[in-house]
Structure formats: C-alpha cells, structure tokens
Design a binder for this molecule. Sequence first.
Ligand code: SF4
Length: 236
Amino acid sequence: MVKPKAEPKAAWLAAESPAQKRRRAGAVRRRLERAYPGAKCALNFSTPLEMLIATVLSAQSTDAMVNKVTAGLFRKYRRPEDYLASPPGELERDIHSTGFFNQKARSIRGLCRKIVEDYGGRVPDTMEGLLSLPGVARKTANIVLGNAFGKVEGIAVDTHVHRLASRLGLSAEDDPNKVERDLTGLFPRSRWFQLTYLLIEHGRAICKAPRPLCEECLVGDLCPSSRAPTRRVPFA
Ligand code: SF4
C-alpha cells in the first residue's frame, strides 16, 4: 500500500484559520497537561533573589548543575550586598561549573548593584522593574515573576519553548518577544505560566533539539512538523 504523502508544514499552516490554530493549540495543551501533570520550574530557590540568580546561572547550563552550584552559593551569598562585596574572582570561582562564569558574574554584580541602588536591596516584583535590571530580558522576568511572586505577565520563552512553538506551527518568529506575543494570543492567560514548563518537559523528553522523536510524540497528529511515517490529519 502506498502511504499518503504528508502535507508540507507550510501548506498545512496556510490552510489553517486562526480559529483552527487556537483549537489545535488548545488540544496540544490539554494533551501535554495530561502527560506532564507535575511540570514546574526545576531550579531550587527560596527567595526572589535566589530565583533571579538561579535563572541567570541556568543560561547554557543544566538545571541539575545550577542546583548543585546554588546549594553552596545561596548559603554563602544571602543578600545582593554579599555578591557586591565578594573579592574579585571569588564569585567567578563559585559559579565556575555553570559555564560562561565571567559573563554571569558580571551580570550578577550588575543586577545586584541596581537592586541595591534603586530598589532598596529587594528584587522588584513588576515586569517593568525586572526589565530595568541590567541583562534581564522578558524570559528571566517572566520566570522570576511567576515562580517567586506568583504573578503572570506573559510566557517565558526559552530555547525549548521557542523550538516547540516553531515545530508545532504556533509561531514563525525568530524574536523571543514576538514568539511570546504569538503564544499569549493562542492560550488563555490562566495557562500561560504552566505552558512554559509543559513545553520544556516535552522538549526535553520527546521533541529534542537535534532529532525529535516524532514516532513517540503524543501530539504528532497535531504537529505540522511531524516526521512520523503515519498519515497526518490536519486538525479542524
Ligand atoms: S511531532 Fe515531532 S516535531 Fe512535532 S512536537 Fe512531536 S516530536 Fe516535536
């Protein structure tokens, strides 16, 4: 039997109306919620400052490595002033294993200085305030707001969220801020916070960066990028 030819991604997306895309996005979300009911931020923290520092350290590193490093780091540095008072090179050594330690130490000192000078030593609890900290973009601000303050202003778009949004045909944008805009338009606000962690879990487990495991994917029939050799049925 000849297998039906799979529809190319572009044709699928061109034929899909905005309402169909929203319904498809909703179906993807519901399946991911069932598959990953415990999806949440894997970084250990107990204060907004710790959440912020852990998020900075997580760039180009694994959550497990960051947690290993912060277990000692957060005992040693409790306030922004502690980071600022560390002798040259010491903070770099303390965060060395997370990679890019010079750049990260510079970022941490820069945002701690701003927190001390402009916010009385407390991490700001608004999007505007967080974005005023040097080196903090919307991804980090969304993560800190959602996890440390219980405030949801948007969807944190990290590398997994960006890749899955693209493969699932939910955003064709390169700029993470535009990807966030597309995603917030497709999902109800009440789901924004959780969505980041659902997509991260699925990205780590199945929709991996170098080679997605489409044959094992629970949303394969809803994905215009599926490489599974089964017939894909456009969602309507
Ligand atoms: S079908 Fe493949 S490309 Fe699409 S979400 Fe699943 S693993 Fe990723």
